[in-house]
Design a protein. Structure first.
Length: 404
């Protein structure tokens, strides 16, 4: 490891989250890890590419190194983590940030988040998630924490986004209360051994067909390379599923506040699904309807679909702004065989996080060099100041996250 960690370019060790019901093979395949024994027969729903608990590697210079692997976490056991490798090689982002906050994170990050990266970046493959909201910043007090977020669709997808114009809010709330009660009764019958889980699932399916909860919400078809800005909070949204039209589900690059779900996600409808043991995921129906924004303006999906804005274009490099918020920013860099160093590779008051969506690149600074391959990320401390992106052959696409 370099003596001055703040001058190093780090390979991010992703935390892969097993999701047996809605995960898949997409994430592992993109990282070229499908053959790894530690992930065999495991469905991955999310990969944490950056968060306050991130681990880094600085002892290897390529994401293709066979000693490089990710941590494995479990949705049902959040405190359990498996790492099939030499844990002594891992570098804690939290520890190096504490030693040199300005050098690792940058002044702007310290102003907004303190000695934390502040941003949670999730690479997600998901289907059928709940109807949910996050509270607005003005309501971020007590139990519920504000959680702005943005999505960038890596493949076309399907989601609910806002409620329909002239939504009957009273009827909507009454139906959610009814479905929660019916599902609670079915779950209790499963646990008492009165009915099998398969029988209860049939009852639940009929409930959905009878009442159609989707009649209150906008179901949106999202395009590949489309961004959705939900940074205002208070907006209704959900992943949807259609296995025929969208066989891989929703493949999304998510950026949000580094706040965990139990204190930031208010759910009113979980698609009438049971956990494997017959229990239910916790809902917050009353508080959902207390905090959801009911204005037609905020519930208009077109308000939140963001068109990319060109910030650089020449023969070999194109850069687009995808998300611009006061909490985080996301750019998309598209490069052809080139060696590039310019404005989009200057670190001004913030670290840079680079995720390579496709291709192969070499990230190089005055004191460090790293080869990055498809599906992997690197963390560049603010003290690096600037770096080069080298594309040896072909094309490459990079998603760059930084704090404004």
């Amino acid at each position: 490891m370099l003596k001055n960690e703040s001058q190093n370019i780090f390979l991010v060790v992703p935390k892969l989250i097993e999701q047996s019901t809605w995960g898949g093979e997409y994430i592992l395949s993109s990282k070229n890890w499908s053959d790894r024994n530690c992930f065999r027969d495991i469905r991955i729903g999310q990969s944490y590419e950056l968060f306050s608990g991130s681990k880094l590697r600085s002892d290897i210079n390529s994401s293709e190194d066979r000693t490089f692997t990710g941590e494995l976490g479990y949705a049902m056991e959040p405190d359990k983590i498996m790492y099939e490798g030499d844990s002594s090689k891992l570098v804690s982002l939290e520890k190096i940030s504490h030693k040199d906050p300005k050098g690792i994170l940058g002044e702007k990050v310290l102003e907004i988040y303190g000695e934390k990266p502040g941003v949670l970046i999730k690479y997600t493959q998901a289907t059928g998630n709940s109807f949910q909201i996050h509270v607005k910043e003005k309501d971020s007090k007590g139990k519920w924490h504000f959680k702005p977020e943005g999505f960038f669709y890596l493949e076309k997808g399907l989601l609910t986004l806002g409620t329909k114009k002239n939504c009957d809010w009273k009827e909507y709330e009454q139906l959610m209360i009814l479905l929660e009660e019916k599902m609670r009764q079915l779950s209790e019958r499963i646990l008492r051994g009165e009915i099998k889980k398969e029988e209860a699932e049939l009852f639940a399916s009929n409930l959905i067909k009878e009442h159609d909860p989707w009649k209150f919400v906008n179901v949106i078809k999202t395009k590949k390379n489309e961004a959705v800005d939900l940074s205002e909070g208070g907006l209704h949204h959900s992943w949807e599923e259609d296995s025929d039209k969208y066989p891989v589900g929703n493949v999304v690059y998510e950026i949000c506040y580094d706040v965990m779900d139990p204190i930031s996600v208010l759910r009113c409808f979980d698609k009438c699904k049971f956990k494997p043991d017959g229990t239910l995921r916790k809902l917050d129906v009353k508080e959902y309807f207390k905090y959801v924004d009911r204005s037609e303006t905020i519930n208009d999906p077109t308000r939140h679909i963001i068109k990319p804005e060109s910030i650089l274009s020449d023969n070999s490099v194109t850069a687009e702004s995808l998300l611009r918020t006061k909490y985080y920013n996301l750019d998309r860099l598209m490069l052809e065989k080139t060696e590039y160093e310019g404005k989009v590779t200057e670190l001004k008051g913030s670290y840079h996080h680079l995720f390579l969506r496709s291709g192969r690149v070499i990230i190089k600074s005055t004191q460090s060099e790293l080869e990055l391959t498809s599906g992997h990320s690197c963390f560049i401390p603010n003290a690096v100041e600037s770096y080069k992106i080298i594309v040896p052959t072909g094309k490459a696409e990079i998603l760059k996250t930084f704090v404004s």
